[in-house]
Design a protein around this ligand. Structure first.
Ligand code: ZN
Ligand code: ZN
Length: 267
């Protein structure tokens, strides 16, 4: 088995991705139910019971909804920042009166690299309206994978972390015009468009045409809004941005989906 990336689900109704080496398997976010996670892993040919750890980007429910059950069922380490854990525990207590129980909880700090088996994990800060949100890069067997969704814009620090990646899973949340004329209340539109909201197709295209180093064989468009985007609109904007740079014609653009797991990328 080589290194692979499987986006199990992506969008405002749940996010979850598997990053694996020959010997280690990490679940990035647990935004869909335990049952659905198991079902989708089996569909991509992976055994959920072989997961080594879960890492969490932030406490919004579309990233953490299935975590409590998954971590109990699998009894594997769960990594998040202390601030994310605190915010999640408080939200859960307010909603249900109960505190989350994670059998093997580990804290990391943004910017500090840690290891899960033979995978190097580097969390980095992203601009989003959560307690302590992060993106990740993963390095193993000479392959580097970057995951950054839920960010209001692309700061230089994030661009730096995403250099040298062979696979990039990046947010392409909304088409600006569809969001403007769409059904969301004004306050929600303002939040999505803010510096701590979500990345538009256009903002991602600016990154791809500009600061992006062109290294990735695969660029996965993720966290697409179902109301304010269309997969083909997002794909066209990303491909146009890449084709403005002739050397990037071999970057393959893929779309992560909400309803089913994406075909795994094997490297
Ligand atoms: Zn979020
Ligand atoms: Zn999200």
């Amino acid at each position: 088995m080589a290194v692979s990336v499987s986006v199990l689900a992506s969008g405002s109704r749940g996010n979850s991705t598997v990053v694996q080496s020959s010997s280690t398997r990490i679940l990035v976010d647990a935004g869909i139910s335990c049952r659905e996670t198991f079902k989708r892993m089996k569909a991509t040919g992976d055994d959920p019971h072989s997961l080594s750890a879960i890492v969490i980007t932030h406490e919004h429910s579309d990233h953490i909804h299935g975590l409590a059950v998954l971590s109990r069922k699998l009894n594997i380490p769960v990594y998040m920042t202390a601030a994310t854990h605190h915010a999640w525990a408080r939200a859960l207590r307010d909603a249900t009166g109960e505190l989350p129980e994670i059998p093997k909880l580990e804290f990391f700090s943004s910017g500090r690299r840690f290891h899960v088996g033979d995978i190097d994990v580097t969390p980095f800060t992203i601009p989003h309206d959560a307690a302590d949100p992060v993106g990740f890069t993963f390095r193993t067997e000479g392959v580097r994978i970057g995951v950054a969704t839920d960010l209001g814009y692309m700061p230089a620090s994030v661009c730096d972390h995403l250099r040298g990646c062979d696979v990039l899973v990046l947010e392409s949340n909304h088409d600006l015009e569809m969001l403007r004329v769409g059904p969301y209340p004004w306050s929600v539109k303002q939040r999505v468009m803010s510096r701590v909201g979500h990345l538009s197709n256009t903002a991602l295209a600016e990154f791809l045409a500009g600061d992006y180093d062109g290294n990735a064989a695969y660029v996965v468009l993720a966290h697409l809004s179902e109301q304010n985007n269309h997969p083909e609109v997002a794909r066209r904007e990303a491909e146009n941005a890449l084709s403005s740079r002739r050397s990037l014609l071999y970057n393959q653009v893929m779309l992560a989906r909400q309803e089913q797991a994406m075909h795994p990328i094997r490297l």
